[in-house]
Each structure stands twice: as structure tokens, then as C-alpha cells.
Design a protein around this ligand. Structure first.
Ligand code: ZN
Length: 278
């Protein structure tokens, strides 16, 4: 379904396929043998993210539902469906399930994904957490390096930044020239003051713009990835679900199919986990 493909908003799911380590080397689709990385903002989006999100919301128009208990738990609003819907909490006796809003007979979209038991998400998180903790140095650190390099390259390629740098250096040169002329007594004092103030203002504006461009979402994402690495490097293995740890590192979960879910972590990276529904 085109409108839910991550590529359209400039994100990329890396390692959708892989080459086997041993002979004979084969190129195979990745069915969970290798981690999949979901990286946001890897390229210019084809569709603006805002529009994309709006379309997802339209697809996910509210439909009347019955017997849903209030959403209070850690997964509330954090589980999204591949169809664009959000998962809602549903209590059946003592059991808690999560069900896609569009998995409803009255809904035109009739999402096929069936309800998923609470513990499925918990178990998947425990598995992912322990895996990431163990392989933090092998997986996350090289990823951070790669993204840092990519971000550096994009910055130096960025025409707007080059333009701003040029402008700043030109203004500085003009200020220098004025100062030299003034010291030689060739300038009118009032003109010198007026012109210098003008240039100072321009310089300040250009410097602010440059600073704002450098201090963009990119660096926020890298900071978050560094934070994730710091958390995982010090972490102990877990055997039980931990709401705090989940809240610390997971932005959202996407149910990709009946067998696969993806955790989007802070720092804009995602990992798919296979799930057993029952
Ligand atoms: Zn759905």
C-alpha cells in the first residue's frame, strides 16, 4: 500500500535482504535472520511527513467501538498498525488484548490483523532489549558512526549552508574594509557608524541562521542515538517486562503482519522482531 510506505516520507528500512555468511553465498530476503534497521530522514521525502501523517489519520477515521476499556497502560497510543490504524486496549475477562481500530466489521478498510495479547509485545521487547544490550557495540555503535558520517556529508553538501557561510565571510570582509578605511581617515564618521551597525545586524542574522541550520533535527536524532547507546551499554539483561525501560527507549511499535512487529527506538532507528501470537 503506497500511502504507508516509509520510503515516501524519507525513511528507509535497511537490510530488507541480506547475503548469507557461509558458502554458498546467497542473497535472501531478511525474514528475521538479521536485524532490520529503520532509519528516518535518510533522504528527501517524496511526500511531506505532515501530509503522510494526515493521510494515515484519514485512513484511520474514528469508528464506533464497543467494550473498550480506557487506555491507561504503557502501550497506549504507542502501537500502530501497518494499515495506519492505532491499536486499542481491549479487556476480555482477565486478559488484555490490543486490537487495531480498523479491525472492525463496520470499517471499510477491514484490517486483517487480529488482536494481539499484551504479553506478546512484552516478550518481544524483552527479547529485543537483551539482544541490543548484548550487541550494542557491534550494531548500534557502527550505526551511529555511519549516521554521523552521513550527516557530516549532508551538511557540507548543503547549498544553503554554503550560501550562508559565503554571506558571513563577505560581511566580515566589508566590516574589515570599512575599519581600514575609517582608520585612514577617508570615511565620514556618521556614515561609518551607520554602515557598521547595518553590517553587524546582517552578520548576526546570518550567523543565527547558520546556527539554526546546523542545530537541526539531525543532531537531535544523533543525540538520541547516543543516549540509547549509553543506556544499553550499562544495562543488565532483563527477564521481565520493564515499563520504565520500555518508555525510555521505545517511540512506537508497528505491527507489520501477524508475524512481525517493528520497534522504533529513540534516535530514529527501528528493529523488527518476529512474534508468536499465541
Ligand atoms: Zn490495522
Amino acid at each position: 500500500m503506497i500511502l504507508t510506505n516509509e520510503k515516501y516520507i524519507g525513511d528507509t528500512l535497511l537490510q530488507k535482504s541480506f547475503t548469507t555468511d557461509a558458502l554458498p553465498f546467497c542473497h535472501m530476503p531478511n525474514r528475521g535472520e538479521k536485524p532490520k534497521y529503520y532509519v528516518s530522514g535518510t533522504h528527501q521525502p517524496i511526500i511531506e511527513r505532515k501530509l503522510f501523517d494526515e493521510v494515515q489519520q484519514l485512513i484511520n477515521l474514528k469508528k464506533p467501538n464497543i467494550d473498550f476499556t480506557p487506555q491507561t497502560k504503557v502501550f497506549s497510543k504507542k502501537i500502530k498498525c501497518i494499515c495506519g490504524g492505532t491499536f486499542r486496549r481491549k479487556k476480555c475477562g482477565e486478559k488484555i488484548y490490543w486490537v487495531c481500530r480498523n479491525h472492525d466489521h463496520n470499517n471499510m478498510l477491514k484490517c486483517d490483523i487480529r488482536q494481539i495479547h499484551d504479553s506478546v509485545f512484552q516478550k518481544a521487547f524483552i527479547k529485543l532489549y537483551n539482544k541490543l544490550r548484548e550487541h550494542c557495540k557491534a550494531i548500534l555503535v557502527p550505526m551511529l558512526r555511519q549516521l554521523e558520517l552521513l550527516s557530516e556529508r549532508q551538511r557540507s553538501d548543503n547549498a544553503q549552508l554554503a550560501e550562508l557561510r559565503k554571506e558571513i565571510s563577505e560581511i566580515k570582509q566589508q566590516i574589515y574594509l570599512l575599519t581600514v578605511l575609517n582608520s585612514q581617515g577617508t570615511l565620514d564618521g556618521a556614515y561609518f557608524t551607520k554602515r557598521t551597525q547595518e553590517l553587524d545586524r546582517k552578520l548576526l542574522t546570518a550567523q543565527k541562521q547558520l546556527h539554526a541550520s546546523l542545530d537541526d533535527k539531525d543532531s537531535e536524532r544523533l543525540d538520541n542515538l547516543r543516549k540509547l547507546i549509553r543506556i544499553l551499554e550499562k544495562a543488565e539483561p532483563i527477564t521481565e517486562f520493564d515499563e520504565i525501560k520500555f518508555g525510555q527507549i521505545v517511540d512506537k511499535i508497528t505491527v507489520l503482519s501477524e508475524k512481525e512487529i517493528r520497534f522504533d527506538l529513540i534516535g530514529g532507528i527501528g528493529f523488527t522482531e518476529r512474534i508468536k501470537r499465541w
